[in-house]
Design a protein around this ligand. Structure first.
Ligand code: XCC
Ligand code: SF4
Length: 673
């Protein structure tokens, strides 16, 4: 079996258009979004769907990553040829410029994720010190297990003491000045990965330090070597994974570790007669309080004439409160403005990341109030309720009162809610999955997965993640890839806006499992369903929703623990990541940490990398020789699904060969890729 079934061996994407139907404004397959787009057209409101058309055609230099703005002699644009036009003013080559631009995206993405993690760690610390009274430890078991994992001595210590030590251990990972490895990733990556990261000198010891180092490395006149720059980028990407892992752990400790919950998704979760509050962004510190306060304030809402308070979410704050509290999903990234177009949203509470500045203009046409909550994320003309950890519930209550008042103003005005929503089962943390697998094998829960992979019952594991990107049709590629994978017996786990896509279309249900899973996958899920019996309120869904984008650390933990159990390193594991509509800087950091972990990563939208064949080749081929992971860039959903299936098949085939060889010649299992 050839290493890549791409017979031209150049790992280039198919020639499917990069921006299909450039002039098409209706860039979605979500019927609820399309209905709202029609309304927007009728009343003359512009949204991202209009702006993406207006931006076409986009700048080719920027698209390929060969526009440099690192210093004020630029912008320098690299042109074909051998003359002075082929370099920047300082003499930088295309490969240096492309590499620098890409890793600067990693630095920004890592900053976003990690800052979020730092905020959670600080609130955890302050809660233990008594300065954040509304925050309590929701999962003491997880607190203790995290404390043990990161090497703390918990003997005879109180919950407060352990909480404080865990928070300090997390905060230490941001600014360590010695060379020890970052604590969090070091607790769960395979021994093989540790050796690899040490050998390639990319094991970070400080999150902030790696970001600073990378920005320095890419300053004008520092690093010119594209490979060295990429290694710096990978080091920072591992810091991203660390920031995300500690964030997931500490958020579980504060608000509870997700277990399966049942709820609904898409715009019909908004109800005309309710006070509708949408939480949006990423950081759940305040939105968790909104959920809590909303439950206490139902009576107030009813007094104002509403039937109650309707809470729903968009993007990853939505995912955070979905997997822990069963809060409904209104929509995902691309259609955030369209939720407001219903006229039914009273308040949209936003925190950080993925909040479109365009929300404000749309909200002006309706009664919707946009409420910003974080000091670094304000929108001119909207309401700002500063997040205050000492009075968090109070702030949340003030926001809900604003929503109730807005509800009163909105009475008698037109509301158009597309009557589309679907049932969702979500909340599959690592702990929840282990409990379910543990019903079959209590001693070694993950053995269930290893056996299913071994017997060929499931053909691999795919992690479908990432954003919406309006260059392509919203949700389309997510759906095409997922449907093809489950049909071919691949176990799909998911998160982020990708999981919200599946939620909207009713794919996170057991009914979908019955309808769309291949025979092997169905058998696997049914065995779990039978073993778990009444421990599950609902039968298992077609795909497992793990949470927000920070929570991709759950998938990383799962993959590493599974590989360790199977006695292999990550590059042998039949596991693939796919981000069909990757959009944010965080997505670049995420893709790169999975690559370093040894996993093939499909991306359905081309990053700015094609301006250098060298960098492109490193990302799609050479990386595989060094780390085992590599990028698959493919825009066409059907072709992408084939490439993903091939990558999985190659891994299961090779693992089988190596295993048989080991048995036959009584040697240890070959660890070569
Ligand atoms: Fe943002 Fe996380 Fe991307 Fe969605 S998926 S568009 S990063 S909200 Ni994480
Ligand atoms: Fe141009 Fe070099 Fe400055 Fe980049 S760093 S803008 S290539 S002169």
């Amino acid at each position: 079996m050839p290493r890549f079934r791409d017979l031209c061996h150049n790992c280039r994407p198919s020639d499917a258009p990069r921006v299909p139907e450039r002039k098409l404004r209706e860039r979605s397959v979500d019927p609820a979004a399309l209905e709202m787009l029609e309304k927007a057209k009728q009343i003359g409101v512009d949204t991202a769907y209009d702006r993406v058309v207006a931006q076409q055609p986009q700048c080719k230099f920027g698209y390929e990553g060969i526009c440099c703005r690192v210093c004020a002699m630029g912008p320098c644009r690299i042109k074909d040829g051998d003359g002075p036009e082929s370099k920047g003013i300082c003499g930088a080559n295309a490969y240096t410029i492309v590499a620098r631009n890409i890793v600067r995206l990693i630095a920004a993405g890592t900053s976003a994720h990690s800052d979020h993690g730092r905020h959670i760690a600080k609130v955890l610390l302050h809660s233990a010190e008594g300065h954040a009274p509304d925050y309590k430890i929701a999962d003491a078991d997880k607190l203790m297990s995290v404390a043990k994992k990161v090497g703390l001595d918990i003997e005879g210590k109180s919950i407060e003491e352990v909480t404080k030590e865990v928070a300090i251990a997390a905060l230490t990972d941001f600014g360590r000045y010695t060379d020890e490895p970052l604590t969090w990733i070091n607790t769960f990556i395979t021994e093989g990965r540790k050796a690899k990261f040490n050998a390639t000198n990319i094991m970070p010891s400080s999150i902030d330090g790696s970001i600073t180092g990378l920005l320095h490395q890419t300053h004008i006149g520092v690093d010119t070597d594209p490979v060295n720059i990429i290694f710096g980028g990978l080091k920072t990407a591992l810091s991203d994974l660390n920031g995300c892992s500690l964030s997931t752990d500490l958020t579980d400790i504060l608000f509870g570790t997700p277990r399966p919950v049942v709820t609904e998704a898409n715009l019909a979760v908004l109800e005309k007669d309710k006070v509708n509050i949408v939480v949006h962004g990423h950081n759940p510190l305040l939105s968790q309080m909104v959920v809590k306060a909303a439950r206490e304030m139902e009576a107030e809402a009813k007094k104002a004439g509403a039937t109650g308070i309707g809470l729903s979410g968009i993007c990853c704050t939505g995912n955070e409160v979905l997997v822990r509290e069963g809060v409904q999903i209104a929509s995902n990234f691309a259609s955030q403005e369209l939720a407001i177009m219903t006229g039914a949203v009273d308040v949209m509470v936003v925190d950080v990341q993925c909040i479109m500045p365009g929300l404000r203009a749309v909200s002006e046409c309706f009664d919707t109030k946009i409420v910003t909550t974080m000091p670094i994320s304000k929108i001119p003309g909207s309401y700002h309720f500063a997040f205050d950890e000492e009075h968090a519930v109070e702030s949340a209550k003030a926001i809900i009162r604003l929503a109730i008042d807005t509800f009163k103003e909105r009475q008698g005005k037109q509301v158009d809610i597309p009557q589309i929503k679907n049932k969702v089962t979500a909340g599959f943390s690592m702990e929840a999955l282990k409990e379910i697998f543990g019903c079959v094998n209590p001693e070694e829960p993950l053995q269930v997965l290893a056996d299913a992979l071994d017997s060929g019952e499931i053909k691999g594991i795919a992690y479908l993640i990432g954003c919406n990107n309006l260059k392509v049709m919203q949700d389309d590629t997510h759906l095409k890839i997922a449907m093809e994978l489950v049909k071919n017996d691949v176990l799909v786990i998911c998160g982020g806006c990708s999981a919200q896509t599946f939620a909207k279309y009713g794919l996170l249900t057991s009914e979908a499992a019955e309808q769309y899973a291949g025979e092997g996958l169905k058998k696997f899920l049914n065995r779990l369903n039978e073993a778990a019996g009444d421990k599950l309120d609902e039968k298992l869904p077609l795909m497992f929703h793990t949470g927000s984008c920070v929570d991709y650390s759950r998938g990383a933990r799962l993959a590493n623990e599974l590989a360790t159990l199977m006695g292999i390193d990550m590059p042998k594991l039949p596991f693939v990541v796919s981000a069909p509509e990757a959009m944010s800087e965080k997505a670049v950091a995420i893709g790169c940490y999975w690559l370093a972990l040894g996993i093939p990563v499909h991306v359905g939208v081309l990053p700015p990398i094609e301006g250098s064949d060298l960098v492109y080749g490193v990302a799609t081929q050479i990386a595989s020789d060094v780390f085992g992971g590599y990028f698959i860039f493919e825009v066409d959903g059907n072709v992408a699904a084939k490439k993903i299936l091939n990558a999985l098949e190659y891994r299961t085939w090779k693992l089988g060969v190596h295993k048989q060889t080991a048995e036959k010649f009584e040697t240890s299992l070959c660890q070569g890729y």
